[in-house]
Design a protein around this ligand. Structure first.
Ligand code: HMG
Ligand code: MG
Length: 304
């Protein structure tokens, strides 16, 4: 018999992970409408954008504008930050929730943020302590927690060690990522069971990319391991530009559909979510191929 929670929290990462890899720049005004529509659909926690180098990720070059216009008192609006320079930019805004991101794989970390994992930790941990004193909500995204496009299989022990470093630094949340969508359900179950045991006081979130169409199976396995928070992306958009082969995140609409069908509340309205996807769709360089969207999109008018 399946042991299931009554409700699950969806952390929408579409405006950040979803759009960062898009070929053509999605106009800032469209992003703002997309973000608003996602909130209207019931999203309570969201990665809005990232304060990374616009030379590395041009799509996120409008981070300051997005934050200036999309903060609200109700949603947890998170921004990703790679380094001290990024934090200086965040401190010039009213944003109060941040995410850092570090790879368990050293090679991936170097490709992604041009530093070793150790150097990233040395730079970030003192900043995180500072942020906690200032009452920021702090999330740490643990990339390549299962497999790395450069180093292959990552050991559970290495992933847990990195999680420990961030837990010691006092983060509120660990978002543990299958960056290239290669984890299988038994790996998700095994790692998340251990994390749930070891970090009972940290919010634990699973972040699955759906490259090999295993995200829903991994989410079910993670639910069984006691995880009740999932990063997902409307339309299944997403992928890290510095992780070859990475494609979209688990599609929010497919995850919400599955969970609600299982009697697990998400608080998200699927028609409104479809309308949010319709806002951004004309500006994308790829089709939406989530199962739910393909079946239901035509019946829902955009709320634009
Ligand atoms: P670098 O070239 O080593 O940086 O890049 P630098 O310190 O040598 O500076 C070079 C230039 O960038 C300078 O400008 C800096 O001012 C500027 P210049 O003098 O040449 O005009 N710069 C910045 N500008 C704006 N914001 C900043 C910033 N830092 C430096 N924060 C850096 C290092 C970290 C900046 C770069 O590697 C970078 O931006 N990387 C971001 C990569 C990224 O966004 N990846 C995707 C997000 S992670 C992800 O998707 C995974 C996740 O979803 C989980 C999963 O699935 O695994 C979270
Ligand atoms: Mg990701």
């Amino acid at each position: 018999m399946l042991t299931l929670p009554k409700e699950v929290t969806i952390i929408e990462v579409g405006p950040r992970d979803g759009l960062q890899n898009e070929k053509s720049f999605v106009p800032t005004e469209v992003k703002k409408l997309f973000i608003l529509a996602l909130k209207t659909a019931g999203i309570q926690e969201m990665e809005l954008t990232s304060f990374v180098s616009p030379k590395w990720v041009p799509q996120m070059g409008d981070a300051a504008d997005i934050v200036a216009n999309c903060l609200d008192g109700q949603t947890r609006n998170i921004v990703l930050v790679p380094n001290r320079k990024g934090f200086d930019r965040v401190f010039a805004t009213n944003c109060s929730a941040v995410a850092v991101f570090v790879g368990v794989s050293n090679t991936f970390n170097q490709k992604n943020i041009n530093k070793t994992t150790k150097d990233s930790l040395e730079e970030l941990v003192p900043i995180l302590r500072e942020l906690k004193e200032k009452h920021y909500f702090v999330r740490a995204c643990i990339s390549t927690a299962f497999h790395c496009p450069y180093e292959g299989k990552i050991s559970e022990e290495d992933t847990i060690k990195l999680c420990r470093e961030f837990a010691r630094a006092g983060v509120d949340e660990l978002s543990v990522a299958d960056t290239i969508g290669m984890a299988a359900p038994h790996e998700a179950y095994s790692l998340f069971s251990k994390l749930v045991q070891e970090f009972p006081h940290v919010l634990l979130t699973a972040h699955f990319h759906d490259t090999r169409k295993m995200a829903l199976a991994n989410i079910l396995a993670s639910l069984q391991a006691g995880i009740t928070r999932f990063d997902t992306s409307a339309g299944g958009l997403g992928g890290c530009p510095f992780a070859p082969g990475a494609s979209g995140n688990a599609a929010t609409e497919d995850v919400v559909y599955m969970l609600e069908r299982m009697g697990i509340r998400t608080g998200i309205d699927l028609d409104r979510l479809t309308a949010a996807i319709n806002i951004v769709l004309p500006h994308l360089s790829r089709p939406i191929d989530s199962g739910f969207y393909r079946l239901h999109a035509k019946s829902v008018q955009s709320h634009e």
